[in-house]
Structure formats: C-alpha cells, structure tokens
Design a protein around this ligand. Structure first.
Ligand code: SF4
Length: 482
C-alpha cells in the first residue's frame, strides 16, 4: 500500500499515450464512427476532470456526443459531496443496463469521487455487473489503459489505488467552451472539515508546478480564452508543498502579467488561509474579477469548531472588512450549511446575523447531509429535517431580500460582462456574467458570444439583471459619472 502523493512519471504518461494510439488504431479501423458520452456530476473540478476524459476519448478516435443512444462508450464521472448526487449517479448508471442490453458492444465506465469510497466501489462491483471498468479520482490518467483492456480482454477492471493522490501532466484535454476555461492549479485537501468526504476521496493537497500552470495559462490566452478560472479545493494553500517560496498570490500576479485581455477567477478559498496579501493582489490587478467566494458554512463559533473549520466569526468578519476597505466594489458570495449536528436556534441566528452584516451578493446554501465515514455523521444531536427545512427557508428569505436590494443598486451603472450565449430560458435574449458572477440578460442584434462587453444595467430582479450593450467609449464616460 502506498500512502504518499504519487507523481506520475513521464514514462507512465508515455505508456498511456501508447494505449491511446492502440485504441485509436482499433477504433478508426472499425470503419464506422464511434461515439463517447461523458456524464458529469458535481463540482467544477469534476467538470475539469471530464474535459481531460473527453480529451483522451477524442484522442482515442471517439467523437464526443450528448446522445446516450448513439454512444459506444459511456463514462459517468460521479460526485460524493451529498447523498443526493450519489443516488442520482447510481440511478443513471442503472438506466444504462437497458442500453447495454440493446447494444452489447457498449462499454460503460464509472469514475470520480463516489467510487473512490469503498462501499460504493463494492456496490458497483456487485450490483452493476454491466459496468466494464471503474477508476478513482487518482487514476484518471489510466483511463486509456482501462478502456483498451475492456475492449481487448472483455473482462471487468477496477482500480482505486490507496495513495494520497496523484499528479499527472501531459494528458489531452477537450475544453467544453471556446472562451471560458478551467485551470486546475492543485488537487486534494488537508483540512478534514468534519462533514466532508473530499480529503478521503481526492487525497491530500498537491500543487502543480508553477511552470506547468503558467504554461497552460499562456496557452489559453494565446488561444483567445477570455476567462480563466483557477481551481483547487483550497487555492490559498497553493505552493505550500512545492519546496520553494511561492504562494497563490504570487501565482495570480504571474498569470495577470501574461499579455492580453482576460478575466481571472478562482475557487475555492478557505477563510483560515485567505490572506491580506491575497486581497492586496486582487486590488492591484484589474484582470482579477472583483468577486470573492469565501465559504462561511456557519456564523456560530460553536458550530465552526464542531465543523473543524479553524477560524472564528470574528476573524472571518475582520477579513471581510479588510476586503471591503481595499476593494469597495467587491462582490461577495459564500456557502452555508444549515442544520449541522447540534446547531441551536442561537447558532442559526448567528449565521443570519453574518448574512445581514456582510450582505453577500449571493449564497450557495445546503441542508446538512451526513456522509458515511465522516465524523459529523456520527455526532449526537442530528437536527430533525423539519427544523432544517424551516431554517433553510428563513435563510433564503433573508438572502433573497439582500440580493434584490444589492441588484437594485446596479441599475444605471455600467459593468464588464463576458457574454456566454443565448439565454437558456428565453431564446430572444443573450446571457452574460458580470465580474461579480451575476447573470445579465440582454437583447442584441449582434452575437457577442465569447466577447467581453460593457453593459448598462437597466433593470434588476432578485436573481437576474437586465441591460444593454454600450460602446466602450460611452461606457467609460458613464462609469466615470457613477
Ligand atoms: S476545506 Fe473542508 S469542505 Fe473544503 S474540501 Fe477540504 S475538507 Fe471539504
């Protein structure tokens, strides 16, 4: 058993590339187009992983499809953060049984956080006999080998290694957007919040080398990507394991020094590690979006302690005050867990109090969901679901009021917006995102998809704002006046 972070050697990556060539030769030799479908559950890190999986599938001769009926290869990239996400992935996998019965040559693989847990690995092995192969989050680089073996040897293959995580460079990637890109800078987490499975399923923190991250960032900018989101479970820990004096703020500054017009975002920050240096770096670099996502989880010191978050409401608020002083137009967002074991009405009132003080632009709130194997799932005083739901709706009610009030203050101002395309809800409108992450809807005769435009905000609701594109010179005058 190897319980260390495993750096995947260039020889091993070359071995995987030889499997890629072998599968590609076989697939193209079949004379018919072959299709691969990658279904993704969960967070942005999983989306980034799926872009690697799609890149490898494409390199192996498969065309990427959204159609289950068309697919010759289906990969389900699972999430373990909440039970609901696991049940959904299992239910979808269950439905693939019928597809396999109709098309016996269909190959099905499962990967991601859910199957990196032993009990789920056993579930798949025993209850889903039509799943051909399975690999954990640390074995993504071995997907070509597993697919090759599943095609040639017709057996079932399962690999979830007991390392503390892997670091692999040099794998193909197929990005799902031409103008927005994920850029993973590190993997894993050392924090062991008592409710979270991430350190168990994604291993310990490991940073990609500065030169690898910067090379990828330069490549993205040279290809015309307008928005780069740096990903890590705890980006503020970036660099601690590199062996030289270089931290996340240094990385941000180096990325911003790349020539070209683009917006940099990042997620996720842990409040115990978010530094004033980081805030100063954001303030000094206009390429970094004026948005900070700082997960609070609870406003009560007692609950924060039970969660093993290692900060207090006082230190959290001090950092927020510093941010607001240094970057007055910063948009703040957070994550909140409602109904953590032992949360009293007073604890919950402390959370509402922080919402009222900070006035977040938006919150991502969840009802606590026990995860097998985590300390919180064993705690006494689990909160009854009706109390959780009642608190959850009070939380939302307060936040909706705050979000609406903040949105109304935007009316009449001009914002930098990255246009994402036609609105999902109204085919006559386009949708874009402000630097704050807020959705902006607008009508236009010109398709600005993928471009950064200046937008005059004309109307606001709780979740959306509406505006119109204004020429850059007019936008400058108007924003000088506001
Ligand atoms: S910081 Fe806490 S919540 Fe975030 S991934 Fe690590 S253990 Fe999970």
């Amino acid at each position: 058993m190897n319980r260390e972070t495993k750096i995947i050697t260039s020889e091993e990556i070359a071995r995987q590339h030889s499997y890629i060539s072998r599968v590609r030769e076989a697939v193209t030799g079949e004379g018919e187009k072959r299709y691969a479908l990658v279904r993704t559950f969960g967070c942005q890190q999983n989306e980034a992983d799926s872009e690697r999986l799609s890149g490898m599938a494409e390199a192996m001769g498969y065309e990427i499809t959204d159609s289950e009926e068309l697919a010759d290869l289906i990969l389900v990239n699972t999430c373990a953060i909440r039970e609901h996400a696991e049940l959904k992935a299992l239910s979808i996998t269950g439905q693939f049984k019928h597809l396999k019965a109709k098309k016996p040559s269909l190959i099905i693989g499962i990967c991601g956080c859910m199957v990196s847990q032993e009990h789920r690995l056993n579930d798949i092995k025993n209850k889903y006999p039509y799943v051909d192969f399975l690999f954990g989050t640390g074995e993504i680089y071995r997907f070509p080998e597993l697919l090759c073996r599943a095609r040639e040897e017709k057996g079932r293959f399962f690999i979830v290694e007991e390392t503390l995580g892997t670091l692999a460079e040099g794998l193909p990637v197929k990005r799902s957007s031409d103008f927005k890109a994920w850029l993973s800078i590190m993997y894993g987490c050392n924090n062991f919040c008592t409710y979270c499975v991430v350190p168990y399923v994604r291993g310990r923190e490991r940073s990609r080398k500065r030169e690898d991250v910067l090379a990828e960032a330069r490549e993205l900018v040279s290809k015309g990507y307008n928005e780069i989101t740096l990903l890590g479970q705890n980006v503020n820990s970036y660099g601690k394991d590199l062996g030289y004096d270089y931290d996340f703020s240094d990385l941000l500054s180096d990325i911003c020094a790349i020539e070209g017009e683009f917006i940099v975002r990042f997620m996720t920050s842990h409040p115990k590690d978010a530094s004033k240096k980081l805030v100063d770096t954001i303030a000094a670099n206009p390429k970094i979006a004026r948005q900070f996502h700082l997960p609070l989880q609870s406003g009560s010191n007692a609950v924060l302690k039970a969660m093993n978050r290692r900060y207090t409401r006082e230190s959290y608020l001090e950092l927020i005050d510093y941010m607001k002083a240094k970057i007055p137009d910063i948009a703040l967002t957070t994550d909140i867990i409602v109904g953590f074991p032992g949360e009293t009405e007073e604890d919950f009132a402390d959370t509402l109090d922080i919402l009222s003080r900070v006035r977040y632009d938006n919150i991502y709130s969840f009802i606590y969901s026990p995860r097998k194997g985590t300390p919180a799932s064993e705690m006494d005083c689990q909160i009854p679901s009706e109390i959780q739901s009642e608190r959850f709706s009070r939380l939302l009610q307060l936040q909706h009021k705050i979000s609406n009030e903040i949105n109304q203050t935007l009316v009449g101002t001009t914002r930098r917006v990255l246009v994402e395309g036609i609105s999902k809800n109204d085919p006559d409108m386009y949708t874009g995102r402000c630097e704050s992450g807020r959705l902006v809807h607008f009508k236009s005769d010109i398709d600005y998809t993928g471009k950064i435009v200046d937008m005059l905000i004309e109307r606001a609701e709780t979740f959306n704002v509406f505006g119109r594109v204004v020429p850059a010179d007019i936008a400058r005058v108007e924003s000088d006046e506001t």
